[in-house]
Design a protein around this ligand. Sequence first.
Ligand code: HEC
Ligand code: HEC
Ligand code: HEC
Ligand code: HEC
Ligand code: HEC
Length: 189
Amino acid sequence: MKKSVLDYALKVRLPLTLFVTIMAFVLTFYVSRTERDGIGYAPDQPIAFSHKLHAGDMEIDCQYCHVGVEKGRHALVPSVNTCMNCHTVARKDKPEIIKLTKYYEEGQPVPWKRIHRVPEYAYFNHSVHVNKGIECESCHGDIAKMEKVEQVKGWTMTACLDCHRDPHAEMPDLVEVNNGPENCFACHR
Ligand code: HEC
Ligand code: HEC
Ligand code: HEC
Ligand code: HEC
Ligand code: HEC
């Protein structure tokens, strides 16, 4: 009798418990993936602004709106004024543009949700990358095809270093580019 209880414990309970534990681990691992590296994060924005329409179909230059990319650390998201260069006229009777106009008239910034972010203790700078000819797409994916911006690449330390160690592998068309720094103080200042 005792033996068969032990048998049961070893042959059925143990593997079952192990299986459940491992599955629970695997599941939380994948479920928490987005939280860990941000890939796939695509929040709804206060105004349904489409990059596909503006940057894709209408071919408005990225830098018309993201004026900081060549000058400094941040790309910057445009103020309502930039939108109103066109939207005092264009589609001004549409619900989303009425919302936009309300922010403009009240002097309020649109509370856009931030998507890409590296932690405070790491230093990233757009201009050093963009001025070397690295395309927005290398890091952000094909934004000009996105109705709604989605993060397609993680910003873990490994992700930065993968490109720094071998930028030519990630960007074969970019001939004249040095390797990026690997020393800690370049990114942790
Ligand atoms: C007409 C203005 C405009 C143009 C042109 C434009 N953007 Fe944007 N961009 C915005 C606005 C507004 C947001 C914030 C709302 C959103 O995420 O959609 C934004 C957000 C982004 C974000 C996400 C920012 C974050 O929070 O992490 C990226 C990346 C981006 N744009 C890249 C590009 C690239 C690359 C191009 C050119 C292919 C481009 N944008 C062209 C206005 C513009
Ligand atoms: C260079 C001119 C220009 C700028 C700058 C611009 N837009 Fe537009 N936008 C347009 C035009 C033109 C359309 C209509 C395109 C169409 O439907 O074919 C449009 C369409 C839209 C629509 C869809 C409206 C609808 O429901 O039909 C939204 C929302 C919008 N824009 C938001 C914005 C926001 C937010 C900004 C600033 C970050 C912005 N636009 C900057 C020209 C511009
Ligand atoms: C080498 C990779 C890389 C390239 C190239 C790059 N970005 Fe970024 N971008 C990032 C990272 C990383 C962040 C998050 C930065 C942070 O948290 O400080 C970011 C953040 C942003 C943001 C959010 C606001 C901000 O200023 O931080 C916008 C908008 C943006 N990028 C647009 C662009 C555009 C437009 C281009 C091309 C002209 C571009 N990026 C090129 C990596 C890149
Ligand atoms: C797609 C490739 C690529 C990615 C991704 C990338 N970098 Fe770079 N980075 C480079 C290259 C190439 C250089 C060197 C440019 C040169 O000097 O020729 C560089 C240079 C730098 C520098 C040196 C700036 C200076 O002042 O000299 C810093 C800091 C940096 N990167 C931080 C980061 C961080 C942080 C990340 C991740 C969030 C990142 N990079 C992601 C390609 C990349
Ligand atoms: C190319 C830029 C870059 C270089 C070089 C770099 N780091 Fe980082 N490091 C980062 C970024 C970006 C993060 C944030 C990663 C995240 O959120 O997962 C980070 C995170 C960290 C963390 C936090 C632990 C973690 O994984 O969350 C430690 C510790 C760290 N780095 C130490 C170092 C040391 C030590 C060196 C030198 C051997 C170094 N880093 C070189 C970009 C860099």
